[in-house]
Design a protein around this ligand. Sequence first.
Ligand code: SAM
Length: 347
Amino acid sequence: MLALRGRLLALADRLVPPQAAVFDQSVGIARTQMLATVAELGVADELAEGPATAEELASRLGVNADALHRLMRAMSLSGIFKLDRSGRFTLGRSGQALRSDHPLSVRDWARYFASRSNSDAWADLTETVRTGRSAFPRVHGRSVWQWFAEHPDEERMFAGGMRAGTLQDVPFIVGGYSWPDAGVVCDVAGGVGTLLAAVLDARPGLRGVLVDAPGVLAEADGWLAGRGLRERVELTEGDIFRSIEAKADVYLMKNILHDWDDEACATILRTLRAAMPEGSRLVVVEYLQERNEANLIASLSDIQMMNVCDDGRERSAEEIQALFRAAGLRPGRVVRTGGPGLVEGLA
Ligand SMILES: C[S@@+](CC[C@H](N)C(=O)[O-])C[C@H]1O[C@@H](n2cnc3c(N)ncnc32)[C@H](O)[C@@H]1O
């Protein structure tokens, strides 16, 4: 989907002078911030009730009517809102995705991405390229994960954004792999359990174990209960660098290795390997990045990993398999889907 959009945008850029295309790209920060502001204020939720003027919305939201009108007018250019000649706004087709009740809502993600901690790290990208080291620890004096532990509101926005992103990938992951009908699947650093829940929904005979940090597990407790899955999932506190106490037939690790450099990945995989019974499998789920092939999702995500995570990177299947071998796992199948790739390691 995004790849097609990217190709169409690249095609559109060929119709205008290069400086116009680059100028438009250079103001991306304005779009990021405008989206975050309407997401934070809950404008899309207000408009779900029906068309309204900025004055009406502003009195409900407690903000300045003129500023809101100007913001929403600018955002009508990209289809988030529609503005009629009488000054009434409606939610545009893409604006629907900013509603909190949209099944794949981007509201949390938009807020997280523009958060000061993330944008301050992005502002230091040049230094990241000079040094090859991630900006986030340099700018904030701690890793992004430590930051989240100290800023639970931001952690919730990030987790909400991850949840929506994972839900988009679920059909590829659940449909792309031969999940067993019975036994135990463990999602390592699985967030609130979005992917684990989808796998358990698809295989009613499976049980689950969810490993993550305590704050995230507390959130998972309520989330899984709301999905009617709490009874089938054991919540296990674990530190992927120290110890994972979970016995399973299949271990999942989605969007984890890309957060870290090769050395840290080796520690994570060795920690997991120590927990894995002989004959069990690990399925690493990541957007695969070939060295000399730009990919609309993987190549941009790679910059977020390089700049904001701990010297993280997107990798090819072969690079992930090399990490497996170093940790004592035998490479198994590689499944390439229309979304992320699934790379299997055998214990
Ligand atoms: C990028 S999120 C991925 C979440 C989930 N796998 C998904 O794809 O939606 C990374 C996860 O790693 C967890 N995490 C980070 N450091 C960890 C650690 N040392 N031990 C356990 N979990 C950790 C975070 O709490 C977060 O849930």
